[in-house]
Each structure stands twice: as structure tokens, then as C-alpha cells.
Design a protein around this ligand. Structure first.
Ligand SMILES: [Zn+2]
Length: 432
């Protein structure tokens, strides 16, 4: 089922023509209205008139998060504030927040993209969507909200937190779709159990989870516990919010909404564009945004392009699931490690729970990685000997997979902090 078949299934040559004409407009809009873009394009010796084909994109300079911060709050906007109907921003926990703005048309585009995304996930008019993404400055809540209303589904704007109430509402209001971060979905599944309920007591059938990297084994875990189809959604506020890309039920990559965004994968060190299949950093260029046109934005997210046609009939290129972020990639004694790789290994063991934390420290000038993982209730009361064997098994498996030595610490059930939003997976004690 498509929301907008014309664009979702557009022949690729037609799509490329559309992209090129929209890219020209975007470059002009940015060049003539945003001093930052005019300056960096002039420095790069590339002005909007120089664009002859989509391949020329590679000559344009990248845009970084720091560019948005340095132009805080409205310096990257290409329209006067009187044209802006909505502001969102990041939490700013690691510096000045990044502020993004939307014109009326931008909100309409975003709503359209979310409507497509929900339909791609198999959600329909008669679904009841419990939206446990945060409402407010974060784009998750309102992004899903507008899309759900657009397709005529019933949305419950519950936002995150108060998990027992989430479960009560889920049961009493007949929720069929849950939208939140994957780590929160897992926590909700635990509370369902604690409240003496079973998935069969609920009407849940689909979950659309995003805003943090998660592994394929985590998908299986959530699907098994909640008895649902769990799909991955991708987006970030700098690009538009959720709805930039979404998985279809074939679960083989996330369709990028290519009539509105150009996607590239680059080598994060050299900046070179990589061919489909190769792993690197995702870079996006907006094609239709008015308030905040964005050119070659470095997302920090690690993924790859999947160019093979999809069985669902959509013609867009797909991205593989996000394997990590360049900024939460751990470098342990020179080896690159992403939390999601460790998660994937941990979830192969039936005796552990899908709750873990990675503690990194430097002892005698050497990096030490300690993996804390919860054991199941049953296992915890087993004898010490079998816990030791399990710990050794996990250690071996991680060491074989990642090629680095680790320590494994099995911890009591429910001792690792639960998340109602994005999970905190890494504690880095190194003073670097
Ligand atoms: Zn598909």
C-alpha cells in the first residue's frame, strides 16, 4: 500500500531529473539567502550556475553541526522569521542547541513524508497509534503526530515516560501501533510482564522504532516479546525530523524519500563518495526545504546504500540500518567498535537480558572495555560455576567477533538503568 505511488514508485531516470531541478533551486535558495552558504560555496569555487548534473554534488562543501551552532539561532534560515511557522531544536546537552525552522510548506512536506512512512510500515486508517516519542522541541513526537492524522489513523499523543500508564492505555484504548525508541519499547515489554499481562492481552501489531541505533537481534527480541512486526525509521531534525527513510515490511533496508533528499555515503576521513554497498557516513542534501535548506549535511551516522530493487515496488535507494555514530564509535586499542556490534553478540545468549552497558577505562595506559550485561532471573540464582561459564562464553564470542579483548561482568536483573528515550550505552571513564 502506497500513500503516494507516483513519487514512491517513480522510474529512476524521471526521479533523477526531478532531483536535479530541485537541487538547482535549493542551491540558489541557499546561495542568495544564507551568508554562510554563499561564503563556503565561493571559497570552494562552486556557484549554483556551475551545477550541470547530480554528480557535481561532490564539489560542494559539507555542512556540519558546528555550522548550525555557529549561526545560532536563526543564521542558517533562508527565509525571514515571519515565514517560519515552527521551530524545533536539539537538547543542547553537548553545547549550543541546533535550531531548525519550518515554513508552512516544510510542515506540509514533512507531514507527507510521515504519511508515506506510516503506510510503508503497513499502518492504516483503522490503526490506533500510541506515540511514545517525546513531544516538544524534539521532532519525534510532532513528526509522527502529523503523519498519523494525515492518513486518518487514531493517534494517542502520550509522549514518553510513565510506563505503567503507557501499558494501561495500551490495553484499555486498544493500541495497535507503538512508536518510540527501541530501548523504550523493550522497557515497556518488561513492564507489561511485571504487570502480569501477556502480549496476547493487547492488540499491538506493529512497532515503528528509531532515534537510536539498534541491532537485528534487538529487533528479534522486541518482536518476540511484544509479538509485533518491528520496523526501523530514520531521520534527524537538521534534515527534517523522522521520515527521511523508513523500512518496508521486507526488512531489508530503509527507503530514502529521494524526491525530497539526496543521500550519499562518504568516507568519514577523506570525504570521498563511496559506491553502494560500502560502509561510511551518511550525508544528506535537502531538495525542497524552504526555511532551512541543507547541503551535504554530515550526519555522523554510519550505514551503507542498498541500490538493488525492493520487492515492495518502491524505486528509491535504501540505507542499511544505522550501525553506529561516528561520535559513539569506541576506539579500543586502535580497533573501531560500535555498541550495536556488541549488542548483536549479547542477544545471541538466551541466559542474558537485552540490557547492557559498556564501560571503558584506561588502566596503565591501556584501554579496558568492560561489558556489563544483565542475566536472566533464573540464571542469577544458579550456582556460581554456571555464571562463570556463561561469562567466559560471552567473552569468547565478543573477542572472536570484534578482535579485541574484553571483560564481561554479569549483573543482577534490573540493575542497569532503563531508558524512556535514547539509551545510555557507554560510560567512558578515560581522561583523554
Ligand atoms: Zn521495500
Amino acid at each position: 500500500m502506497y500513500w503516494n505511488e507516483k513519487y514512491e514508485c517513480m522510474p529512476r531516470d524521471e526521479l533523477k531529473e526531478l532531483q536535479l531541478s530541485r537541487l538547482k533551486n535549493t542551491l540558489e535558495r541557499a546561495f542568495y539567502n544564507v551568508p554562510h552558504y554563499r561564503r563556503v560555496m565561493q571559497n570552494a569555487g562552486f556557484e549554483p550556475g556551475d551545477l550541470k548534473s547530480l554528480e557535481d554534488l561532490k564539489y560542494l562543501p559539507f555542512t556540519y553541526k558546528k555550522d548550525l551552532r555557529e549561526n545560532y539561532p536563526y543564521g542558517m534560515f533562508a527565509v525571514p522569521l515571519s515565514e517560519v511557522v515552527r521551530i524545533h531544536s536539539s537538547s543542547g546537552t553537548t553545547g549550543k542547541p541546533t535550531v531548525v525552522g519550518y515554513t508552512r510548506s516544510d510542515i506540509n512536506v514533512w507531514t507527507e513524508l510521515m504519511a508515506r512512512s506510516l503506510m510503508t510500515a503497513g499502518i492504516q486508517k483503522n490503526d490506533v497509534i500510541q506515540n511514545a516519542y517525546g513531544y516538544g522541541l524534539f521532532t519525534g513526537g510532532l513528526g509522527f503526530h502529523y503523519g498519523a492524522e494525515k492518513i486518518g489513523a487514531t493517534i494517542i499523543p502520550i509522549s514518553g515516560g510513565n510506563t505503567k500508564r503507557q501499558v494501561m492505555i495500551m490495553k484499555d484504548y486498544g493500541t495497535t501501533v507503538l512508536t518510540c525508541t527501541p530501548s523504550y519499547a523493550l522497557h515497556i515489554s518488561e513492564v507489561i510482564e511485571e504487570m502480569g499481562l501477556k502480549p496476547e492481552d493487547l492488540n499491538l501489531r506493529i512497532g515503528v522504532f528509531g532515534a537510536e541505533p539498534w541491532s537485528e537481534n534487538m529487533r528479534r527480541e522486541i518482536e518476540g516479546r511484544l509479538k509485533i512486526t518491528a520496523l526501523d525509521i530514520y531521520g534527524l531534525s537538521e534534515i527534517i525530523g523522522p521520515g527521511v527513510a523508513i523500512e518496508c515490511p521486507h526488512k531489508n533496508g530503509l527507503h530514502v524519500q529521494e524526491d525530497h533528499f539526496l543521500v550519499e555515503v562518504i568516507d568519514p576521513k577523506t570525504g570521498d563518495v563511496l559506491p553502494p554497498g560500502e560502509k561510511g557516513e551518511l550525508v544528506f542534501t535537502s531538495l525542497t526545504k524552504e526555511a532551512l535548506p541543507i547541503i551535504r549535511y554530515r550526519t555522523g551516522d554510519i550505514s551503507r546504500l542498498i541500490a538493488e530493487p525492493c520487492a515492495c515496488g518502491r524505486t528509491s535507494v535504501k540505507i542499511g540500518r544505522i550501525e553506529g555514530r561516528t561520535d559513539d564509535m569506541l576506539i579500543i586499542r586502535g580497533v573501531n567498535v560500535f555498541p550495536s556490534q556488541i549488542e548483536h553478540v549479547l542477544l545471541q545468549f538466551g541466559e542474558t537480558e537485552p540490557h547492557y552497558q559498556l564501560v571503558v577505562d584506561r588502566v596503565d595506559h591501556l584501554d579496558v572495555l568492560e561489558v556489563h550485561v544483565e542475566v536472566s532471573e533464573k540464571m542469577f540464582f544458579d550456582d556460581v560455576r554456571s555464571l562463570e561459564i556463561l561469562s567466559k562464553k560471552i567473552q569468547n564470542e565478543i573477542e572472536t567477533t570484534l578482535g579485541i579483548s574484553v571483560k564481561v561482568k554479569l549483573v543482577e536483573p534490573k540493575t542497569i538503568e532503563r531508558s524512556e528515550g535514547k539509551a545510555k550505552r557507554i560510560i567512558d571513564k578515560r581522561k583523554i
